[in-house]
Design a protein around this ligand. Structure first.
Ligand SMILES: [Zn+2]
Ligand SMILES: [Zn+2]
Length: 347
């Protein structure tokens, strides 16, 4: 990272000294500007948060009632000690953003997590030109190319229908923030009733209140007659898989897991589920390159995932790129606190 630049990497996270604020800090700070509400970007304990208006409700669930949250709608800017800050859609989950930071003609964009694949549950990714572009590289290898999302929704729907014909429940594991809602928005709602784990239900309600179109769901914990689960779809966070007792109440069942990692050989077996569905909220290889070229940056900073590989590829292809070692840990890390009597939502 360029010495004297507007943004630097510190032990607490990416820092703007001129404006005295951090972007997605992983240790408590006075002022946190946050790209989105996933746990490896939104930590609790900061004095003040600035989040995109569109993600306010889910940020509130994530960081608690007592947190001081200021909001800013996409495309509007705020002045923080002479530094111009604005949020732009990242297409990753509801309210996810890229942060644009400008001072003395120097422009940085920290893209957080993003994807270019259309997603009806959030605003589409918007390319923002800058001098310095910070990108993640979760799926930064040429082997990662997502199939059409509709195809994945069809596969999930077919699996659900077939299970229903056999009198089985379909339990699908998906991250409770973003992925779960995307699946419910996209699948064929006419197949049958949908039940949710508490962590999923709370966030789904916040999505609805934010204006996202979602089918009717019922919190699984509120169901008295276990026969109701026959032929239904149950949406749960991956951690619920560990809770055998919780799963038992759904009776005869088939299990599925929706993740970008399901594109990797052996991932389904490793997860010990009946079916794997490839569905990611991150950019695949072509999307990554499209986003990087769209930023038209002098320097690209690559973090997380396959950053050394992406840096090498970019440098060999005429783009100045540098690896950046942040602590963004995972593909949609998920630490939604559990409901009482329910498995932990931690991922
Ligand atoms: Zn992340
Ligand atoms: Zn994320």
């Amino acid at each position: 990272m360029k010495k004297g630049g507007l943004i630097s990497l510190t032990p607490r996270g990416l820092y703007c000294k001129t404006g005295d604020f951090y972007i997605d800090p992983w240790k408590p700070v006075k002022r946190a500007v946050v790209t989105h509400a996933h746990a490896d970007h939104t930590y609790r304990g900061n004095e003040k948060y600035l989040v995109p208006k569109e993600g306010e409700r889910i940020s509130r669930i994530r960081i608690g009632d007592e947190a001081i949250i200021e909001t800013l709608p996409y495309g509007k800017s705020v002045d923080i000690d002479g530094v111009k800050v604005s949020f732009h859609p990242a297409g990753h989950i509801l309210g996810s953003s890229q942060v644009r930071i400008e001072h003395n003609g120097e422009v940085w964009v920290i893209s957080g997590d993003y994807k270019l694949t259309p997603d009806a549950t959030c605003a589409p990714f918007e390319p923002v030109k800058c001098h310095h572009f910070v990108t993640e590289a979760t799926f930064g290898l040429p082997i990662y190319r997502w199939q059409k999302t509709e195809k994945t929704f069809d596969e999930i729907g077919d699996w659900w229908r077939r299970n229903q014909e056999k009198g089985k429940a379909s339990v699908i594991f998906a991250y409770s923030l973003g992925k779960a809602q995307r699946i419910m928005n996209g699948i064929d709602r006419s197949i049958g009733p949908i039940f949710t784990h508490g962590a999923v239900e709370r966030l789904t309600q916040a999505y609805r209140e934010s204006g996202v179109d979602l089918p009717k769901t019922t919190y699984a914990g509120s169901v008295e007659n276990k026969k109701d689960f026959v032929g239904s779809l149950i949406v749960a966070p991956p951690s619920a898989q560990q809770s055998v007792g919780w799963l038992r109440k759904f009776g005869s069942q088939s299990t599925g897991f929706a993740s970008g990692w399901m594109a990797v050989r052996g991932a389904r077996r490793q997860r010990a589920v009946d079916r794997g569905f490839v569905l990611s909220d991150h950019a695949d290889w072509p999307e990554l390159l499209t986003a990087i070229s769209g930023a038209e940056a002098e320097t690209v900073y690559v973090t997380h995932g396959f950053s050394p590989e992406v840096v090498r590829w970019l440098n060999e292809n005429g783009q100045h790129a540098v690896e950046l070692k942040t602590k963004f840990v995972g593909d949609d890390a998920d630490d939604t606190p559990p409901e009482e009597g329910e498995p932990d939502g931690t991922e």
